[in-house]
Every structure is written in structure tokens, then in C-alpha cells.
Design a protein around this ligand. Structure first.
Ligand code: 26V
Length: 754
């Protein structure tokens, strides 16, 4: 048997000690490729195609080494040669092929499918830059391209191509394949499509480019700016490239396995991840028509094959397209969409359920619900809201189609990879079974009263905080005190997620500390978030936080007690450093608005306590751990929905009626902030809060301040009690493994083969 050192040296052609990190990285890439190829299995029975505009896979090296069982050997071989695996990891660029939870969920699902030995491939786009790279200058977000493709990319070029017609012109979609390894499981494939003609050199001035040059721009970026018509058209071009090439791939693979197209549903299950891939429905019907299958039968085949997941109730995120756009970009689909619309209108008189509405807009989600066999929400509360309000008309029409699949996360990346010290402690107590079966974490529960064990968990957290502090200093030049409490809110920047509520709290604390009311413990408040380039208020919130950070740092009275850190370019790599170091996890969305959240699960698993509203999966987290092990505050979803329905919310009442709130909001344009920041941005945010506050920050402010104060004082005054709560959270996190989620999808919706 060759040792790992020998294997690597053979691949590189020289001794490890003399090899560069780049050379070692390429050798490891080779090693992973050959080992993962050996785990590819032929498919019998039904295979899943998870089609999604986003796959936020993150760096793959360590993940693949863990899944293939090579990690420890590689780490030790490198260490013996004076090399460190974490240095090698730095060589790998992160593929940012996603924006937030939706894309990261898709990546976790692929990991779980392969781990559970289920045949399930992804279908998506090979964006050249993915989401933009974020940097801060002058307190403002700048956007730059984030290149990840190089000649050694994980996504391997194939000679498989499919013709795709866009706006009447022929294009050629090329398939790239990326191996998805399972933990001690099989290897599946992430299929990514691209055009050979895409030209990265047309990008200028940050992330600007000619939006009309489809042949050159089609897959440059994920979510190109859609504030103008050309940008919106580009979204449709992207979506159609993905679904048309994807549908052709599915039909070709099934045919190669003996499918006669009439029996497509026996060979394929297609999961439509939000509405971006919804055109796969009419495209498949169109393609089946070309194969000679009548429309009505094609509709049935496609309905039996496809299922749809809804990830949001935010009206503005539920895609509708003007018919005129689709007429231009995908004229070949319009006859199909019109027939589907007519068929849907025969099923119900409710005009609210139409695919094409009276304003000639095409509702993608409506097409999904009518013409797939399953519609699921992503957490219990979310699914309940879909059934009872947002999609109630559909639920009445098709009660049997609706089901819940509470999200999950892969414990390979979000525990084994990112928190090895915690893994070691857990393993020493309950053995290695939890690595395969997350429910086994419950075996930790008996240790909740063991002060010795709690002390060890404390030490792990302290070490992780020190590591994050070092990383922040190294990457951003920011010094933080690792003995302070680390409070983290990291997620997309959106008003409904309410980073602005946290902002108001921090301002409130600034005043309190200045008045001599020092908190129970120094607090480091850490943010990570990108704002969509055209989302003005989101960018104003970033500006306010960056400005506040400066104001506080410059104040000798406040700075010892409070620090605000905004991590630049929050991505999967940053998350892997931040999450294990967190004490308090901020999950403070307006109840009813966060479909699930998955960051909440990652923090819990890594021994942080949640400060959150009764929203999304927070509800299920609180059920798992019990109310005494989570900090819940704020309005319930019922109250919020009622307030919206009544239409009588007036933020000015709250502003006028609460001196603390008024003081915090006024501060945004006070002299300290104006000296450090920009009036335009700060005044606009202030105006928004006083006059609109669409996500009801003000009514939840006081409850938030009180609950957070409670968390701080528990942390400071009862460290053992705090650590006990953390241990209970870890032990109850098993439910949130994406292995459980995928097993549920499989038994209720997919019924996959092997
Ligand atoms: C996001 C964006 C943001 C940039 C501009 C265009 C655009 C278009 C669509 C979307 C997707 C919104 C849906 C979404 O990301 N939902 C999230 O899905 C997670 C996984 O189910 C869930 O945990 C989050 O609560 C939910 O917000």
C-alpha cells in the first residue's frame, strides 16, 4: 500500500517538502478526481434532477477529501512535510454560484443525495463570475467580478452540447460536469451549462457590461442587475438556456436507459427550485411534442415528473414576466404556455390562480402549482402560511399537492469540516456514529449537567473565537477582543431580515453606555451580507452600520464595550470561519417573512444560542430545544399578518411614542454620524424607517432590546448555564440535517431508484 505522502509525491513528481502549495493543490485535485470517479454508479429506476439557478457549493477541496475519507491522511502527510492543508485551501477560488440560502440549500441537498446513495444530479448554469465580489470603500459597497474559473476548475468541460433557440436565433449550450461526492457514498454530478462564446472581457467598471450581447454575456453573472428591461430580458435568456439544455439532457439520459418518453416519470423526477427554472415545464411539453406525444399526454407526463419548491412568500420575489418579454425571448414556448393557461382556467374560476393574468403577465409559480404534482414549503410555519393565506386558493383546489419539507444543512461541511475541535470533543463523548446519523447527537444530552464537559465545550468556543479574531485581523485589519461576546448576523441584506433592527439596538446601546449603563459583557457585533446592486435601502443599511462602526470605534467611552464589524465579501468560506466562533445567532426577521432560514441551523449546530423571532425554522428550533434554551422575542406571524391585513401600521406613532426609538432613529442624522458618513444615505434610511418601515422594525424594537439584554446577562453571569444551553442546542440539531430533509423528499415525492 502506498502511503499518502508517496501518492502525492508521485502525482507531483517531486518530494512534498519541495512542492509549492499550488502544486500540492493540483495533485489533490487529481487525487479527488480519480477517487470520486471510482464511486460513480449506474442508475436503476428513477433518478432525480434538481434544477436550480443557484448552487452555492463553496470551496470543494476539503469537502471532497472528507467525503472520500482522505482528509486525515492528507492533513497528516502535509503536516509531516511542514505544509498545512489550510494554506492549500487558500489556493482554491470559491465558486460563488449562489446568493444565499436558496443556493446553499441546493448544494447541501446534492451532498446529502450522494451520501444517502441516491441517484440525484443537479442542473444549473456555469456562471463565469457568480455573484459579485463585495468590497467597502468610503462606507459604501462596491461590486467587482468574482472569477473562479481557471484551467483546473472542478467543473470539467465535456463534448456534450445541445441546441437552444433564443429569440429565434440558434445557440449551442455546452455541458460541464462537476463531481459531487457523498460522505462514504456515491458520486453524483452537477451539470452546468454555458456558451462557448461568452466573453469575460466585455465586463467594465466593476460589473457593468453590454446587456444585449447575449452570445457574449449570457452566463457572466448570477442575477445580473434587473433594474432595466435589458437586464430583465437577460434573466429570461439565462433561465431558458438552463431549462432547455437541462430538459434535453434529461430526455437524452432517460432514453439511453430505455425510456420511451411515455414512461418518463418512471425514469426521472425533476425538482424545480423556486421559480427560476419554471420554464422547464412548457419546454418539456414542447420537446415531448416534437417526439410525437400529444399535448394532453405530455401535460400528464410532465405533471407526474415535476415537483415545485416555494422558497418565499415575498410578493416581489414571486416571479411574473410580461408576456411581451416571453414573446420575444421564447416565442416557441408561448403556444404551450397559452394552452396551459387555458387548461388552468378550465379547472377554476378564480382569476387569482391564472397563469396569464388580465395584465398579460405570466405567473411562473402558478404554472408550477397547476402543472406539477407537488408543491412544498421549506419550514412548517412557511408551509402553513402558504396553505392558509398566500396560496390558499391553490390549496383549496389541490389540497393533495401541498406538503412541507423543513430545510436542513449538510453536517459534513457545517460541522465536520468547519468545526474539527468540536467534532473531536463530541466524538470523545458519544463515539463516531453521529457522523453518519445526525440524530445520534442526542446522546450528548446526559452531559448537560457535567461541568467538566461543559468546560471543554467552552474551551473549544474560546479557541474558535480566537481563530476568527486572527482571521479578521489578517484579512480585514480589524482587531477584536476574543473574550467579548460574539454576536453574528450573517445573511443576505434585506429589509425583511431586519439588519436595521440590529442597527437600532446598537445605537441604543451606544447611548446607554455613554450614560454609564454598561452592559453585562463587552459585545462584538459582527455582520456579513451582500446587498443586491440595485437595492438602495439595503445599501443604505450597510452604510449606516459601517458608519456606526467608525463612530463607536472613535469613542473611548463606548469602544471598550461595543464594537461593530462588517465582514467584507461574506461567502461560504467566511461563513465557515464565523459560524463556529459565534455565541449569539441573530435570526430576527419579521415573523412570517423568512421562509425557513438555514444559517439559524448552522449556528445552533456549532453551539451558538439563537436570538430570534417566531419565524421560519426558528419555530422548529424552539420546539426542539425548548423555550428555555432559545431567546425568542417579537410579534408572532399571526399578529404581523393581521397588522398587514388591517393596513393600519404607522411607524410615526411608534417613533413619536417611544423616546428610546426616537433617540436611536434621530441619531442616524445626528452630528456624530454625519461627520463619519454620508447624509444622503443616512437620511434616506431614516426617512424610510419613520414613514414606511415596511417590515415593522419599530414595533419589535423594545422586545428585542430586552431579550438581547437578557442573553447578554445570562452569558456573563451564568457561564456554565449558558454552555449547558449550547450543548442542548447541539444535541438537538440532528433534526436539521439535510439527510433527514432529503430522506423525506425521497419518501414523499421522488421515490428514487438506486
Ligand atoms: C433572490 C434574489 C436576490 C437578488 C436579486 C434577485 C433575486 C431573485 C430571487 C431570489 C430568491 C429568493 C428566494 C430565497 O432565496 N429564499 C430563501 O430560501 C432559503 C432556502 O429555502 C430559505 O431558508 C430562506 O428563508 C429563503 O429566504
Amino acid at each position: 500500500m502506498q502511503t499518502m505522502t508517496e501518492t502525492l509525491q508521485k502525482l507531483i513528481g517531486k518530494p512534498l517538502v519541495e512542492s509549492t502549495d499550488q502544486e500540492i493543490y493540483l495533485a489533490l485535485l487529481d487525487l479527488v478526481h480519480s477517487k470520486s470517479a471510482a464511486q460513480v454508479r449506474p442508475v436503476n429506476g428513477r433518478k432525480l434532477y434538481y434544477i436550480s439557478a443557484e448552487f452555492l457549493i463553496g470551496k470543494l477541496l476539503s469537502n471532497n477529501l472528507i467525503n472520500l475519507g482522505l482528509y486525515d491522511d492528507v492533513r497528516d502527510a502535509l503536516a509531516a512535510a511542514g505544509k498545512s492543508l489550510s494554506d492549500i485551501e487558500e489556493v482554491e477560488p470559491e465558486p460563488s454560484l449562489g446568493n444565499g440560502g436558496l443556493g446553499r440549500l441546493a448544494a447541501c441537498f446534492l451532498d446529502s443525495l450522494a451520501t444517502l446513495n441516491l441517484p440525484g444530479d443537479g442542473i444549473g448554469l456555469r456562471y463565469h463570475f457568480g455573484l459579485f465580489h463585495q468590497s467597502f470603500a468610503d462606507g459604501l459597497q462596491n461590486e467587482l467580478p468574482d472569477p473562479w474559473l481557471n484551467e483546473h476548475s472542478w467543473a470539467e468541460k465535456t463534448d456534450i452540447t445541445y441546441p437552444v433557440t433564443l429569440a429565434g436565433k440558434p445557440y449551442t449550450a455546452r455541458l460541464y460536469k462537476l463531481a459531487v461526492t457523498g460522505y462514504e457514498g456515491r458520486t453524483n454530478t452537477l451539470n452546468l451549462f454555458d456558451l462557448d462564446t461568452v466573453d469575460e472581457s466585455i465586463v467594465h467598471d466593476g460589473i457593468q457590461f453590454d446587456k444585449t450581447a447575449i452570445d457574449k454575456n449570457l452566463t457572466l453573472f448570477l442575477y445580473p442587475d434587473d433594474s432595466d428591461e435589458a437586464g430583465r430580458m437577460l434573466r429570461i435568456y439565462q433561465q431558458y438556456l438552463m431549462v432547455s439544455a437541462g430538459a434535453q439532457l434529461i430526455l437524452a439520459e432517460c432514453a439511453a436507459r430505455g425510456c420511451n418518453y411515455h414512461d418518463l416519470a418512471d425514469y426521472a423526477a425533476i425538482q424545480i427550485n423556486d421559480t427560476h427554472p419554471s420554464m422547464v415545464i412548457p419546454e418539456l411539453i414542447r420537446l415531448l411534442g416534437e417526439k410525437g406525444i400529444e399535448f394532453d399526454e405530455a401535460v400528464k407526463i410532465v405533471t407526474d415528473t415535476c415537483a415545485y419548491t416555494n422558497h418565499t412568500i415575498l410578493a416581489e420575489a414571486l416571479e411574473t414576466w410580461p408576456r411581451s418579454y416571453l414573446d420575444k425571448v421564447v416565442p416557441q414556448l408561448m403556444p404551450v404556455i397559452e394552452k396551459l393557461d387555458a387548461a388552468a382556467k378550465k379547472r377554476t374560476n378564480d382569476t387569482g390562480l391564472a397563469i396569464i393574468d388580465a395584465d398579460d403577465r405570466v405567473h411562473m409559480a402558478h404554472m408550477d402549482i397547476h402543472f406539477t404534482h407537488s408543491t412544498n414549503g421549506v419550514a412548517a410555519l412557511h408551509t402553513k402560511i402558504l396553505k392558509e393565506s398566500e396560496l390558499n386558493g391553490f390549496y383549496k383546489l389541490y389540497p393533495e399537492k401541498f406538503n412541507n419539507k423543513t430545510n436542513g444543512i449538510t453536517f459534513r461541511r457545517w460541522l465536520l469540516e468547519c468545526d474539527p475541535a468540536l467534532v473531536k470533543e463530541i466524538e470523545s463523548l458519544i463515539g463516531p456514529g453521529f457522523r453518519k446519523d445526525a440524530a445520534e447527537l442526542e446522546k450528548l444530552l446526559p452531559y448537560a449537567e457535567d461541568a467538566n464537559v461543559l468546560q471543554k465545550f467552552s474551551q473549544v468556543k474560546a479557541d474558535n473565537k480566537k481563530a476568527l479574531a486572527d482571521w479578521l485581523e489578517h484579512t480585514q485589519g480589524v482587531k477584536v477582543d476574543p473574550t467579548a461576546m460574539f454576536d453574528i448576523q450573517s445573511k443576505r441584506l434585506h429589509e425583511y431580515k431586519r439588519q436595521q433592527l440590529n442597527l437600532l439596538y446598537l445605537i441604543h446601546q451606544y447611548f446607554e453606555i455613554r450614560a454609564g449603563h454598561t452592559p453585562a459583557v463587552p459585545l462584538v457585533s459582527i455582520f456579513g451580507a451582500k446587498a443586491a446592486p440595485a437595492y438602495i435601502i439595503a445599501k443604505d443599511i450597510i452604510h449606516a452600520l459601517l458608519t456606526l462602526s467608525k463612530v463607536i470605534a472613535a469613542d473611548p467611552l463606548v469602544a471598550p464595550w461595543l464594537q461593530v464589524v462588517f465582514v467584507e465579501n461574506y461567502n461560504v468560506t467566511a461563513a465557515e470561519k464565523m459560524i463556529p466562533a459565534c455565541d449569539l445567532s441573530e435570526q430576527i426577521s419579521l415573523a412570517s417573512k423568512e421562509a425557513s432560514g438555514t444559517g439559524n441551523m448552522k449556528f445552533m449546530l456549532n453551539g451558538a444560542l439563537t436570538l430570534g423571532t417566531m419565524d421560519g425554522a426558528n419555530v422548529e428550533i424552539s420546539q426542539q430545544v425548548g423555550n428555555e434554551n432559545i431567546y425568542i422575542f417579537g410579534q408572532t406571524s399571526g399578529q404581523v399578518i393581521h397588522r398587514y391585513a388591517a393596513g393600519d401600521y404607522n411607524p410615526a406613532d411608534w417613533y413619536e411614542g417611544d423616546p428610546n426609538l426616537r433617540r436611536a432613529i434621530d441619531f442616524l442624522t445626528g452630528p456624530e454620524m454625519l461627520a463619519a458618513g454620508k447624509e444622503e444615505n443616512l437620511a434616506r434610511l431614516q426617512h424610510e424607517l419613520k414613514t414606511k418601515d415596511w417590515f415593522q422594525t419599530l414595533p419589535d424594537f423594545n422586545a428585542y432590546v430586552v431579550r438581547k439584554g437578557q442573553a447578554l446577562s445570562d452569558y456573563a453571569c451564568d457561564p456554565l448555564g449558558w454552555r449547558r444551553k449550547c450543548l442542548i442546542n447541539i444535541s438537538k440539531a440532528g433534526f436539521f440535517s439535510s439527510d433527514r430533509t432529503i430522506a423525506e423528499y425521497n419518501s414523499d415525492i421522488w421515490h428514487l431508484g438506486e
